[in-house]
Design a binder for this molecule. Structure first.
Ligand code: ARG
Length: 207
């Protein structure tokens, strides 16, 4: 789990590449303006690992609708565990964990301490009722019908994850958007990682 200086979350795809949301970054190219903070719950901890970016790779074809993923190359590797990404739809169901330093309520402040929550999968059919503009094959929804638990502003780019059949953590989503936060009948919308897994891996290989 990584906090990015523009106010987003991210995950370690490799020790030197952060997976985040396209809407968190600018265009692809050399970029030394982003600082990644890792290895801590408390962003003000003196033991925080802080590493600068060297490059940004925004999803090819990103135009603000769907394809909400990007990679950030770091100046040095961070010696922490990485999070594997889902390469099939097998884990696009069940209960997910989400985490971030974003707002703890709609309109609220960014957080000093990392928060996490659990949210259930919402089917495309159900999510389309809330969001007719959903791009169902590129986005995956999660949240409770009654609301109350969600990601929010500042959590974008962070991972939505669960355990796989072997008990290992696997990333199935990237925090992307929602109507407000934690509102009834408006689940959180996440980039569907399995859809982009091949593209993410081949992009990472070029960094
Ligand atoms: N777009 C937001 C960000 O940039 C994330 C919003 C997530 N919203 C939600 N209701 N789950 O941080």
């Amino acid at each position: 789990m990584v906090r990015l200086s523009m106010g987003c979350g991210g995950s370690l795809l490799t020790q030197q590449i952060v997976l985040t949301a396209a809407h968190c970054v600018g265009s692809s190219g050399n970029n030394t303006s982003i600082t990644a903070t890792a290895g801590v719950v408390d962003l003000r901890s003196s033991s925080a690992i802080k590493v600068r970016s060297t490059k940004v790779l925004r999803a090819p074809g990103y135009n603000g609708d769907g394809k909400d993923w990007a990679l950030i190359k770091l100046a040095q590797p961070i010696n922490l565990p990485t999070l594997k990404i889902a390469e099939t739809t097998a884990y696009n169901n069940g209960t997910f964990t989400v985490a971030g330093w974003g707002a703890a309520r709609e309109g609220g402040a960014q957080q000093r301490y990392l928060l996490k929550a659990q949210v259930p999968f919402v089917s495309d059919a159900s999510c389309l009722q809330s969001y007719p503009n959903l791009i169902a094959n590129e986005e995956i929804c999660a949240g409770f019908a009654q609301g109350g638990v969600d990601t929010c502003q500042g959590d974008s780019g962070g991972p939505m994850f669960r355990r796989d059949n072997a008990g290992a953590w696997i990333q199935v989503g990237i925090v992307s958007w929602g109507q407000g936060c934690a509102r009834p009948d408006y689940p959180g919308v996440y980039t569907e990682v399995s859809t982009f897994a091949s593209a993410i891996k081949s992009a990472a290989a070029t960094l």
